[in-house]
Each structure stands twice: as structure tokens, then as C-alpha cells.
Design a protein around this ligand. Structure first.
Ligand code: ZN
Length: 147
């Protein structure tokens, strides 16, 4: 499938239904917890953080995460089996740069050249995201200091 660049610019990915329906209360609670961590977090760690906020059942967390993913507000980082909230401003395909030492994550919205690269590779950019591993600035600095 070839992609239409105009469609990439005007699409409301990653939140096709962001404007249409307000989030259920549990989804809002889960989203706030994810935004507070600013890091990828596994579902069970998220559940532990949510106990004090009245969410105690794993299925409640999974349902909320599914709703947030469908709304384009959360992504699952497959390589970490963890979830991360997207910045509200993120529109279009994103890349997650994950530190291989501390697992801190940086989210980068792909520019048109990144979209063109996906298009050339035959990838549907509406569904695409990239997970890349590197060292973050702090871990690079520590490596240099200990060398
Ligand atoms: Zn790091």
C-alpha cells in the first residue's frame, strides 16, 4: 500500500477518536499515572501504583490501556512489554528512543523525511512506530566518566 503524504499531514493519528468521546474515568486515571511516570511501565507495576486511586483489578487496567491505545494516547513498547503515554502534541508516526541501560525513553515525532522512509519501505505510517535502542545522555556521560 502506498501512502498519500497529504493524508499523513492531515490524519488525526494517533488519536482517531480523541475528540469524539470523552475518556472513561478509569482511563483518565490510568493516563494520568502513565504521564506522571514519564517512562515505560509494565501493566502490573502500573496496577500497584493505581491501588491508592481505587483501581485494584488487572482487567480494569488492561481495559483502560486498550481504550487509551485505541484513542492514540498510549503506546505499548513491545520490546519492553511496557506502556507509555504519548505527548499530547504528538501527531503522525513516532519513534521511541529507549536507553538500553536505564530504559528511559524519548519520543520523537517523525518529520516528513521519516514518513517518506516508511512509505518507501511499504509501511502504513498510520499504524507505524519505531523502537530504537541507544544510550541516553546521562548513561553516556557515566560510561565516559568510568572509562
Ligand atoms: Zn540511560
Amino acid at each position: 500500500m502506498t501512502l498519500n503524504r497529504a493524508r499523513l499531514r492531515t490524519t488525526d493519528w494517533p488519536a482517531p477518536d480523541r475528540e469524539e468521546r470523552p475518556l472513561p474515568q478509569n482511563a483518565r486515571i490510568v493516563l494520568n499515572a502513565l504521564r506522571e511516570t514519564r517512562q515505560p511501565i509494565k501493566a502490573y507495576s502500573l496496577l500497584e501504583r493505581l491501588h491508592d486511586r481505587g483501581i485494584k483489578a488487572p482487567m480494569t487496567v488492561y481495559r483502560a490501556l486498550d481504550r487509551l491505545i485505541r484513542a492514540g494516547l498510549v503506546r505499548k513498547i513491545e520490546s519492553l512489554n511496557a506502556f507509555v503515554a504519548l505527548p499530547q502534541a504528538a501527531e503522525g508516526p513516532v519513534a521511541f528512543i529507549i536507553c538500553r541501560h536505564c530504559e528511559r525513553i524519548k519520543t520523537v515525532t517523525l518529520d516528513p523525511s521519516g514518513c517518506a522512509w516508511l512509505e518507501a519501505a511499504g509501511v502504513d505510517a498510520d499504524e507505524a512506530y519505531i523502537e530504537a535502542f541507544s544510550n541516553c545522555y546521562d548513561c553516556n556521560k557515566e560510561e565516559c566518566l568510568s572509562a
